[in-house]
Ligand binder design. Structure first.
Ligand SMILES: Cc1cc2nc3c(=O)[nH]c(=O)nc-3n(C[C@H](O)[C@H](O)[C@H](O)COP(=O)(O)O)c2cc1C
Length: 449
């Protein structure tokens, strides 16, 4: 090669002119953004995002269940490819929403406000956690045109419940996301090992971690103390006290052992759409439809609650059969690629949701980071749909199953496992879920565990 050829090939980039440009250059996947978040946050805070319940089996299975499905593209037209859709009766530019996550200002002082503004700019809905660290009213004021939903931890006391529902309605939230997987709090052992508390308490280890992550520490110190101001029926007027004991009491009160009667009470008292979040059993999904709920979120809370709870993807086809189009099905857990969303929709989901991915974006670069993550999903879905030969989310919902193969369908050894009948159990009475589920799909799921 001559010098002039080498010079022609030289490509020297100047420094990035904005955070968005820096992310475009360096973060090509959710995994890349996750690495940036891990660098920015003290270990105990990063682990709080990252961790799951007990042995973290559910969390790992959430991810690996996507690996069990591969694509069989078909040669179709991809003219006018469109990712926009309708979720809960309203528009969304992409087939997913940002799932509620408590304690968000721990990861970046801009917290829920930054997430709401990114969701608004990208044209997708956002679910604000009951345990958010910004008031529901402040989020509304920061993004008044955002499609925003409120994540209610069920409250058994009717007067208190009505107070919170009135406050949610006054603040302009169009829908409720009601948790049915939080009757007790999951045992997140990483947090105990790290000595993590919400709000953070200052120990010698915290000071060292802060010194090693000065940008995070400065943001944390320079901003208001972490608080959970939505737990009351009234908007707080003065600064909230922040003694760890008070927080423990408040958080314990947030996880109430409610039942179907409490859920039906919420249904009666709220006019807008309601999503039941944390349903994985087809029998419960059918009941949700029968009791007039508008959607279920098939979710194991990102593996943070009951360990060994099934992966949402593994039960999706059974759930879709039980619901039979009567209500919407949103799926979350382990979604890290646009192609994961395509698989979920092809298997029966109306739409998807993400938790950790947008928190990585928030921790790495605030609102711009959240937007970057949403853009990654947009690009990955567009690319995958072009290569699959699918033009729209509706087409994916109707014909997508034809484009997927489970590994038990493609691997001869697994196929044998999947068709070997289980030994008969003498005098067994069928369970509610066995009565409602489609017969063949469970065997795929079991064979892959
Ligand atoms: C840090 C963190 C906090 C969360 N807080 C809540 C919460 O307050 N309410 C809730 O319903 N789900 C909460 N979730 C669960 C998410 O809404 C969602 O179900 C889960 O993160 C999806 O899995 P993924 O993180 O693999 O995408 C939280 C998740 C994380 C990571």
């Amino acid at each position: 090669m001559r010098i002039k050829d080498i010079l022609a090939m030289a490509s020297i980039q100047g420094p990035a002119r904005s955070t968005a440009e820096r992310l475009q250059r360096n973060a090509h996947s959710v995994q890349d953004v996750r690495k940036l978040a891990a660098k920015r946050l003290p270990k105990s805070i990063f682990d709080y995002i990252e961790g799951g319940g007990e042995d973290e089996f559910s969390m790992r299975r959430n991810r690996s269940s996507f690996d069990d499905w591969s694509f069989m593209p078909a040669w179709g037209s991809v003219d006018n490819l469109d990712l926009s859709t309708t979720i809960l009766g309203g528009p969304s530019s992409l087939p997913f929403y940002l799932s509620p996550t408590g304690g968000t200002r721990l990861f970046n002082p801009a917290g829920e406000t930054a997430v709401a503004q990114a969701a608004l700019a990208q044209g997708i809905p956002y679910g604000l956690a009951h345990l958010s660290t910004t008031t529901m009213e402040a989020v509304s004021a920061a993004a008044p045109n955002l499609r925003r939903w409120f994540n209610l931890e069920p409250i058994a006391d009717k007067v208190e419940l009505q107070g919170v529902l009135d406050r949610v309605t006054r603040a302009g939230y169009e829908a409720l996301i009601v948790n049915v997987d939080c009757r007790s709090i999951g045992h997140r052992e990483r947090d105990y090992r790290n000595g993590f508390t919400a709000p953070p308490t200052i120990k010698p280890k915290t000071v060292v971690e802060g010194a090693l992550h000065p940008r995070w520490a400065l943001g944390f110190i320079a901003n208001d103390a972490i608080a959970f101001p939505n737990l009351d029926a009234e908007e707080p007027t003065g600064p909230l006290a922040s003694s760890p004991d008070m927080w423990r009491t408040l958080l314990a009160g947030a996880y109430e052992p409610t039942d179907w009667d409490d859920l039906r009470e919420i249904r009666k008292r709220f006019d807008g759409p309601i999503i039941l979040k944390g349903v994985v059993n087809p029998a419960d999904a059918a009941l949700a439809a029968e009791y007039g709920f508008d959607a279920i979120q098939v979710s194991n809370h990102g593996g943070r609650q009951l360990d060994f709870m099934t992966s949402p993807l593994d039960v999706l086809e059974d759930i879709a059969a039980a619901v039979d189009g009567r209500i919407e099905i949103i799926v979350d857990g382990g979604i890290r690629r646009g192609s994961d969303m395509i698989k979920a929709i092809a298997l029966g989901a109306t739409a998807c949701s993400i938790g950790r991915p947008y928190l990585y974006g928030l921790a790495a670069a605030g609102q711009v980071g959240v937007s970057h993550v949403i853009e990654l999903f947009r690009d990955e879905m567009t690319r995958a749909m072009m290569m699959l030969g699918v033009r729209s989310i509706e087409e994916l919902r109707t014909n997508g199953r034809e484009l997927l193969r489970h590994r038990s369908e493609t691997s001869p050894a697994l196929r044998v496992q999947a068709i070997v009948p289980s030994p008969p159990i003498a005098s067994a009475t069928p369970t509610a879920s066995a009565k409602t589920s489609a017969p063949t799909r469970t065997s795929y799921a079991e064979s892959s565990l």
